[in-house]
Ligand binder design. Structure first.
Ligand SMILES: Cc1cc2nc3c(=O)[nH]c(=O)nc-3n(C[C@H](O)[C@H](O)[C@H](O)COP(=O)(O)O)c2cc1C
Length: 381
């Protein structure tokens, strides 16, 4: 009887270990795209289908920036730091004037640290694009390659793979460097069947190359001991930092505004619906109370920020600037001491990305008799 239980346990453990090993051995490819109208996203999904065809490669589709487009709003957003963790990256973008799109270019311009640390070297890359008429589409794919070549990535072209099965009665967007689609051709749904087919073939071939190269890259990464990615949301929980409910505006304005990649936020010392320690430092409010109110205010800022990045604080690139305004007497000079509460909290949460430029000053009064108001600017992706 006991032998039978041992045997079942042994089989179960072996099965779990094998599953674990096969999960570790799976090739992981990122399909990273930008899309305005969804054309590039459709190609990305075809590329991903091709990548997963062999059953041993996983494709993760992410975009370079959040989008409000109905097709794109639920697609996760990538962070540059995660790129070295994959075994290959398929890059997709619309053609902008024979070049890559501005958001893709902005994303790639944030990879300088990866470049100087050689983190993308020998990582396979392939490129696909959605064009309008197709003007300059081959130039555009080549322009994409320029950046990836400077990173030392292994560029995987498509050649004439699959061309024998393409419908040549219609214009098709294919290039030898990578699949493209001609989105603006009338009476012809795009990507066309042939363009989708070529995208799948590209994905399938790319998965083979990524799988072949992954063991060398993984060894190199272990030698270089790439720093593990930190999940800021988990870190916050572990540190016992609890973000409050997002305070609602008291007038005709919004809790935050996003302009480009910058988020602008202003908050006062509201806690549980009431102003914490209202009044003036040096008369009705002590320095210690003002410090507490400053921390409360910064927690409000972070709660709004979390809302602004769709609940994912890992999307914060940098705290750019904090400005602390304190309700003080004319003689007060210790504004920096108070503001350190906000600065320390920000660095505690975001590490290096939390370091910011800072201004502090005193005011005769602050709305709703708060002892402090903080203005914050964050860069996000
Ligand atoms: C600023 C800008 C420049 C563009 N330049 C070109 C171009 O040079 N050649 C081209 O064929 N299409 C060009 N287009 C059209 C886009 O490449 C095309 O609409 C593409 O399919 C959009 O992809 P999406 O559906 O993923 O947003 C341009 C579009 C914009 C917005």
């Amino acid at each position: 009887m006991i032998t039978k239980y041992y045997s079942i346990a042994f089989t179960t453990i072996t099965f779990l270990l094998m599953n674990l090993l096969s999960a570790q051995e799976k090739t992981n490819v990122l399909v990273l795209f930008h899309s305005d109208q969804g054309g590039t996203y459709t190609l990305a999904k075809e590329i991903a289908k091709g990548i997963e065809k062999n059953g041993t490669t996983k494709a993760t589709i992410k975009q370079v920036q959040p989008s409000n487009h109905i097709l794109l709003k639920n697609v996760p957003v990538a962070h540059v730091d995660e790129l070295p963790n994959y075994d290959g990256i398929a890059f997709g973008s619309p053609v902008y004037f024979g070049n890559i799109s501005t958001p893709m270019s902005q994303f790639l311009s944030k990879t300088v640290d990866l470049w100087t640390n050689h983190l993308l070297e020998n990582l396979p890359a392939t490129v696909f694009m959605s064009a309008g008429s197709g003007a300059g589409n081959e130039l555009a794919v080549q322009a994409f390659w320029n950046t990836l070549a400077v990173h030392g990535m292994v560029l995987v072209s498509n050649g004439i793979r699959g061309m024998e099965n393409v419908d040549t009665t219609k214009p098709q967007g294919n290039t030898v460097l990578g699949t493209t689609s001609l989105a603006s051709l009338k009476n012809s749904p795009r990507p066309s069947e042939s363009e989708r087919y070529l995208a799948q073939i590209q994905g399938e071939n790319f998965a083979q190359i990524a799988t072949a190269l992954k063991s060398t890259r993984r060894k190199k990464n272990i030698q270089n001991s790439t720093p593990a990615l930190i999940d800021i949301d988990k870190e916050i929980q572990a540190k016992g930092i609890i973000l409050p409910q997002v305070p609602q505006p008291a007038g005709n304005y919004k809790p935050y505004i996003r302009s480009g990649n910058l988020i602008f936020i202003n908050q006062v010392a509201l806690k549980d619906g009431k102003i914490q320690y209202p009044g003036k430092i040096g008369t009705t409010v002590s320095e210690k109370q003002a410090q507490e109110a400053t921390k409360t205010t910064m927690l409000n800022v972070l709660a709004v920020l979390k809302d602004a990045v769709g609940g994912d604080l890992n999307r914060v690139v940098q705290c750019v600037q904090l400005t602390g305004i304190f309700n003080t007497t004319d003689q007060y000079t210790q504004h920096a001491l108070l503001m350190n509460e906000a600065s320390n909290l920000t660095v505690d949460v975001f590490g290096e990305k939390g370091k910011h430029a800072r201004a502090t000053f005193g005011a005769n009064s602050i709305p709703v008799n708060s002892v402090v108001e903080i203005q914050a600017i964050f860069e996000v992706n």
